[in-house]
Design a protein around this ligand. Structure first.
Ligand code: FES
Length: 106
């Protein structure tokens, strides 16, 4: 699928994300090196660091937040109404056209 990721410098990147590899959004960002190593995915995708926080800009339907994701976001910085943790969003075919912006590093 094609998704659009706006990096922390405001630059937009259209990237291809596989949906058959159980890859999450944080891993997609890392695989394209859209955020420096060590500033995203710090907890390894356990919903425990919020370094993968992003703002969802498209109307794309996403899976419901788990309690862990909700709890982490309630403690994170720069949280907005459209905040999600990238590591909790596994890429599926329905997400074609997803657009997200990476939250600032905190
Ligand atoms: Fe730590 Fe997503 S990588 S919360």
């Amino acid at each position: 699928i094609k998704i659009n990721i706006i990096d922390r410098d405001g630059v937009s990147h259209e990237v291809l994300a596989p949906t058959d590899m159980a890859m999450n959004l944080m891993e997609v960002v890392r695989s394209y090196e859209l955020a420096p190593e060590g500033t995203i995915g710090v907890c390894g995708g356990m919903a425990m660091c919020a370094s993968c926080q992003c703002y969802v800009l498209s109307e794309t339907e996403l899976p419901e937040m788990s309690d862990d994701e909700e709890a982490m976001l309630s403690e994170a910085f720069n949280v907005k109404e459209n905040s999600r943790l990238g590591c909790q969003i596994q890429m599926t075919p329905e997400m074609n056209g997803l657009e997200v912006e990476l939250a600032p590093e905190s």
